[in-house]
Write a protein that binds this ligand. Structure first.
Ligand SMILES: Cc1cc2nc3c(=O)[nH]c(=O)nc-3n(C[C@H](O)[C@H](O)[C@H](O)COP(=O)(O)OP(=O)(O)OC[C@H]3O[C@@H](n4cnc5c(N)ncnc54)[C@H](O)[C@@H]3O)c2cc1C
Length: 343
């Protein structure tokens, strides 16, 4: 019989992140698909009771918790010890966890300690059939595979944004405390603080409703024979300010910086989406001044509704890559959009 453990860490305020609820959704999907399986929850963090209570109405039969100040920060030694102890206490055969940066660092090592196997970047789990199986993408999101394993425990790291978040309600959960024996060496690493960009410098927002992608056209000569980079910069930043959209870029535009041309200073290679960039997940995407070529549109694989603005009626977007293409001057369209948003 499979025991499916949802293994997650709590946030600094003791709550559960959306990614944890997505992992819970995936685990419950497996639980429903595998006859006779049992669903249990494991929580690690400074405090875990509030998080357990927040999902108490879910069909889990048991809650395990590792709590204490030493488990507050993301630290390999304590996180790995807590995760391994929870898996053992739960006698887990399948461990479903959110692929947060904190867990991604730790889970492969925990799988090794417990003689198990781990699969990362999982985007789906089997919804039918008695054998557990997972889905993940290969070759820059071009090929999708379904994988089953016989080795246990099997660790499954669910990519955030790939699942609906479970909406099970709150209640009062009885949490079984798991003892973890830490040595002084386990606590040797100290987290002295966190550094992050200022809010207005942070243009990559994985949780945004909209992905706004800028292409090289913003820096090209326009109908008047001139480039208008400062104006492009103003329009793009104003749109981001109004919408809090996440900012993506085509490769051509971020590469221009390396070639010494006038570019948008807030763009880096981290913004690049596509075959050699990232593949973000957002409900909507709007591409502006970019051609919609194949390597670029690979990055749009997980964008649900795609729109584009390009002057070229024969661009890649027109050839079936966008749901809606506006053949128009993006400078004019976005200036008008900003004006309407400003009202
Ligand atoms: C192996 C490989 C991997 C690659 N990986 C990636 C990747 O990961 N990501 C990526 O993005 N690319 C990638 N590329 C490059 C990709 O093929 C394209 O060259 C690139 O995406 C083109 O960028 P662009 O559309 O911004 O620029 P361009 O091709 O120069 O297109 C600019 C567009 O802007 C339009 N335009 C100009 N002015 C306006 C205006 N005022 N209003 C509206 N539209 C306007 C033009 O009509 C044109 O369509 C890769 C290529 C290769 C070979």
């Amino acid at each position: 019989m499979e025991t499916i453990l949802v293994l997650t860490h709590t946030e600094a305020d003791g709550s559960l992140a959306r990614s944890a609820r997505e992992a819970l959704h995936a685990a419950r999907t497996l639980n429903k698909a595998i006859a006779g399986s049992q669903l249990v929850v494991g929580l690690v963090g400074e405090s875990v009771q509030a998080a357990a209570n927040s999902i108490a109405a879910c069909p889990a039969t048991k809650y395990f918790g590792v709590a204490g100040a030493e488990f507050a920060p993301a630290r390999y030694a304590t996180d790995a010890a807590a995760a391994a102890a929870t898996c053992k206490a739960a006698q887990a055969t399948i461990v479903v966890a959110p692929a947060t940066s904190r867990w991604n660092r730790v889970l492969p090592g925990v799988a090794q300690r417990l003689g198990g196997r781990v699969d990362t970047h999982v985007t789906g789990v089997a919804e039918s059939g008695s054998q557990p199986a997972i889905n993940r993408w290969y070759y820059r999101q071009r090929m999708e595979a379904t994988i089953a394993r016989t080795q246990r425990p099997w660790f499954i790291a669910i990519d955030p944004g790939s699942q609906p978040a479970c909406e099970c309600g709150a209640g009062t959960a009885t949490v079984e405390s798991v003892t973890v024996n830490l040595t002084g060496a386990d606590k040797r690493t100290k987290v002295s603080g966190t550094r992050e960009p200022k809010a207005d410098a942070q243009t990559i927002r994985p949780d945004a409703e909209l992905l706004f992608v800028t292409g090289a056209g913003w820096t090209k000569k326009q109908a008047d024979g001139q480039t208008h980079v400062p104006e492009a910069e103003k329009i793009i930043l104003e749109f981001l300010k109004h919408t809090r959209a996440s900012l993506g870029s085509s490769k051509s535009l971020v590469d221009l910086g390396g070639e010494g041309q006038a570019v948008l200073p807030f763009l880096s290679h981290l913004n690049q989406i596509g075959q050699t960039g990232s593949t973000p997940r957002h409900p909507k995407g709007l591409s502006t001044c970019c051609h919609g070529e194949e390597p670029h549109t690979v990055g749009w694989r997980f964008i649900a509704e795609r729109r584009a603005i390009s002057l070229d009626p024969n661009c890649g977007w027109a050839r079936g890559k966008a749901d809606v293409l506006y053949v128009a001057d993006a400078f004019k369209v976005m200036a008008k959009v900003n004006e309407l948003l400003g009202q």
